[in-house]
Design a protein around this ligand. Structure first.
Ligand code: BGC
Length: 848
């Protein structure tokens, strides 16, 4: 076992102190927090940290909002005032060794692969950036370094978050969102994260990331606030659609490719929200209580992949994790993110999620947007951080580390080399500073392709693809162009949810428009009825039509907006606007009723799924600008459906392992206990033997595929591998407690290649998503099947293609809580390859 570093030992000590303390946060003063206001009362005694200083002081009282967060069920859990020494985490280094482990600049990532075997090594690029950053700050004063870490305050800049210029550092523009550049014009609205995940296609994930990155660069955004990679633990979770579904492996791969894409476009990416921000209700007043193994294997996995993609920034979330606020959490920030994952970039807070000046000690590098509460004019950093450094509470070394990480991330993306100035104007779109830079390019092509590839065909009784129908009728407002923009009750096609995870539609193609255009080609009579509420009229309008297409949707978003009683999270899992009744009214009159859904997540579709007159179900997710065109591409077979569900569609809401926790008084901190532990989504259904309506990974095609000839071969470790660690792992040892232990090359390089054949046995060209699930021995305590590989193939009718999926030692490991490392469980590990989490076609055993 490698020796622990000094910094890690110190961390453990400080964490132990913090955990056992019952000290409360001192009453601190805040001052103008992003200025060069000189500190006139530099002090040396600790007690002075809790007294007012001069400067533009705004006194921070221990108001209920400050005291309430201490009232957790296990009592206060904050760091005590003390002297905190600090040693920076060393960069985990291992000589790069191409081609498997090439030194990689984030602007030039390895080419995308459906079966990635290259582990990019970003350490040399970070090292160069660190040298430059260290040199830049060498002459900075404490106040200047503090200003690097402190946002200028809510609405005080062009972007949703801003840091001020300091010396030669121009400051940063931080801007939402995960699906495009928010709060500006002439940008693309890309399909949401959930749609992108439904493609199970790494090339499309990468292409979308790159295009969003390019648009951010064109608008002068330094730091894009995405991707979002929370797990969709609760089907009703308001922001699930921003993320990549309910499986950590799929979500991790989507995050990985998105970040490689974004950063190759020039913008810094932000992995958010770290972590366990799984519901909107009381998101700032809920403690997600999660055991260590579940945290590692489920919720942290996408963030680990983000670090492996060389992500520049991580955003800590609003909620508490195990009774400590996520932005004040030494365990998740310092120990997991920086020590275990070896993260070299900076951690920023979610907007006003910073809870203390001492968060700096817990690992928070930047407070956003700067103020304690939005617009308060106070800050936990700014003058307070200056004071804490001046009086020795927080060491200068830690402040240097914070400033270095932020500036290094800027150098790392080469943003010192002629990067455009910000031209967004978030709080006043029509300000002339918004130079109307057109960032769209031809990105609509990617939008349309992902929209189609991210649509899942759930049922098809021969109704699709449409073949020059004589007459069709479109029913439901979701078929129509919206009357108003996103953010309210959907008045037309739902192409994204609401909240900060959005951008402004430059244009939006509805299904109505796309189908009209096609009808001209096919000479089809098209009728429409967009009224969701008049069921009799809906039923009458479809009588005698060759096909009736009913469009329904379900919306959700960020909790600061409530729509029709949905405070971010959905109140239920039914289609909005009485969608179930609308479908039944149409199906009662037409025996070729095709249902199209635009939903932020799972719906309960039992009222109509088995209705014999419902001949097809098209699960179209949230398509962005080109939503209507993508739906038409699926309906008419211009794209043979290949999407697969990134979550389970249950028969009943209570079948899901976890439910939204509501209630609580204004002061309460809700306890959300993740009692299902590893068994989220399909893992639960499998373990509990609950039959889902449509399982995770399910999706039909207009053709059929057969699988054959499974083989698995062991790959001998590359020269660069740490053979002692490989051997230790083979012998049942756990990964050592060390910097970068979880992201180490030896753990992630290819260890086994699984090969098999996929034959297109139908009559149409099409794509399939072969999936690989691991089955651990029962003694390991794992769910019956866990996704550990997928790829995408496209095959012509009658043709067979050979497929490979690579597994690493990490893929076969489980987190050992006692040894605090990844280890191979004892016993035989088997695996299956197939078309969904319940449609296994081939089975094999990992050689021991
Ligand atoms: C959201 C973040 C977002 C930030 C800035 C917060 O409310 O949780 O996802 O990036 O606001 O808009």
């Amino acid at each position: 076992m490698a020796p622990r570093s000094l910094s890690f030992v110190l961390l453990l000590v400080s964490y132990a102190v913090a955990s056992s303390s019952s000290a409360t946060v001192p009453t601190v003063s805040a001052s103008a927090f992003s200025s060069s206001t000189p500190v006139t009362s530099s002090t040396s005694s600790l007690s002075s940290a809790s007294t007012s200083t001069s400067g533009i002081a705004t006194s921070v009282s221990t108001s209920s909002s400050m005291t309430s967060y201490l009232a957790t069920e296990t009592g206060p859990l904050t760091l005590p005032i003390s002297h905190y020494s600090f040693t920076p985490f060393p960069t985990p280094t291992l000589a790069p060794e191409p081609p498997g482990f090439p030194a990689t600049d984030p602007l030039y990532p390895p080419p995308v692969s459906a079966d990635p075997v290259i582990v990019p090594d970003f350490a040399p690029a970070w090292a160069v950036a660190y040298t430059k950053a260290t040199s830049m700050i060498s002459n900075f004063t404490i106040e200047q370094k503090v200003n690097i870490t402190t946002g200028v305050g809510w609405t005080n800049g062009l972007c949703v978050g801003n840091t001020p210029p300091v010396g030669d550092f121009p400051g940063l523009c931080l801007q939402d969102s995960p699906l495009g550049v928010r709060d500006t014009d002439f940008v693309t609205s890309f399909p949401a994260g959930i749609t992108t995940a439904s493609t199970w296609n790494r090339a499309l994930m990468r292409a979308r990331g790159l295009a969003i990155g390019q648009e951010n660069r064109m608008k002068g955004v330094n730091v894009a606030l995405g991707p979002m990679m929370n797990m969709g633990r609760i089907a009703q979770g308001g922001r699930n659609w921003e993320g990549f579904g309910a499986d950590p492996f799929l979500s991790g791969e989507a995050a990985y490719e998105t970040i490689l894409g974004l950063q190759s476009g020039g913008v810094q990416a932000t992995a958010k929200h770290y972590m366990n921000n799984e519901q909107e209700w009381k998101r700032t007043q809920e403690s997600s209580n999660v055991d260590d193994r579940t945290e590692h294997e489920i919720y942290a996995q996408p963030f680990m992949r983000a670090v492996m993609a060389g992500v520049s920034s991580v955003m800590c979330s609003y909620n508490l994790v195990n009774d400590t606020y996520a932005c004040n959490n030494n365990k998740t920030l310092n120990d997991m993110m920086k020590r275990e994952f070896g993260f070299q970039g900076f951690i920023q807070s979610d907007w006003s999620a910073t809870m203390s000046t001492l968060s700096a000690v817990a690992g928070l590098d930047m407070t956003m947007p700067g103020d304690i509460t939005l617009g308060s004019g106070t800050s936990y950093y700014g003058q307070n951080l200056t004071d804490f450094v001046m009086n020795g509470t927080i060491s200068v070394q830690r402040l240097d580390d914070m400033a270095t990480r932020i500036i290094a991330a800027w150098y790392y993306l080469h943003q010192d080399e002629g990067y455009p100035n910000a031209t967004v104007s978030s709080f006043d779109l029509y300000n002339p500073i918004n130079q109307e830079v057109n960032a769209q390019s031809d990105h609509y092509l990617i939008v349309r392709e992902i929209g189609a590839a991210g649509t899942v065909l759930l049922k098809n009784e021969g109704a699709l693809p449409l073949d020059k129908p004589k007459s069709i009728v479109l029913v439901g407002s979701d078929a129509a162009p919206p009357v108003s923009d996103q953010g309210g009750d959907p008045s037309g096609i739902l192409a994204m949810g609401w909240g900060s995870g959005t951008d402004n539609f430059t244009y939006l193609v509805s299904p109505y428009e796309a189908i009209q255009a096609r009808a001209r080609v096919d000479q089809t009579s098209v009728f429409w009825n967009f009224d969701d509420w008049d069921l009799a009229s809906a039923g009458n309008s479809v009588i005698g039509m060759e096909a009736a297409i009913v469009f329904v949707n379900s919306d959700s978003g960020e909790g600061y907006i409530t729509v029709d009683g949905n405070a971010g999270d959905r109140q239920n899992l039914s289609a909005w606007h009485q969608g179930d009744q609308l479908i039944l009214a149409v199906a009662a009159q037409n025996n070729n009723t095709i249902v199209v859904t635009n939903s932020v997540g799972p719906l309960i579709i039992e009222p109509w799924v088995d209705n014999p007159n419902v001949t097809a179900i098209v699960w179209a997710n949230l398509g962005g600008n080109e939503a209507g065109n993508a739906i038409a591409d699926i309906l008419y077979g211009a794209w043979n459906p290949s999407g697969k569900l990134p979550y389970t569609i249950a028969k009943s809401p209570t079948d899901y392992p976890a439910q939204l926790v509501t209630g609580g008084t204004a002061a309460d901190i809700l306890s959300i206990n993740y009692t299902e532990d590893l068994f989220i989504d399909y893992r639960w259904f499998d373990a509990q033997n609950i039959t889902p309506r449509y399982e995770f990974g399910f999706g039909l095609s207009y053709t059929t595929f057969e699988y054959s000839d499974l083989a698995i071969t062991e790959i001998s470790p590359a020269d660069s591998a740490q053979m002692d660690l490989v051997q230790n792992w083979e012998d049942g040892g756990a990964t050592p407690i060390a910097e970068g232990s979880t992201t180490a090359l030896w753990l992630h390089m290819p260890a086994y290649t699984v090969t098999f054949n996929v034959e297109n046995t139908g009559t149409l060209y099409g794509g399939e998503i072969p999936q690989l699930y691991i089955h651990h021995p029962p003694s390991a305590g794992e769910p019956p099947s866990i996704l550990k590989g997928f790829t995408n193939v496209e095959v012509s009718p009658g043709q067979t293609t050979s497929v490979s999926i690579t597994l690493s030692r990490y893929d076969l490991s489980i987190w050992d809580v006692v040894r605090q490392g990844w280890a191979k469980p004892e016993g035989t590990i088997t695996f299956s390859v197939g078309a969904s989490s319940r449609d296994f076609r081939l089975n094999g055993t990992i050689p021991s």
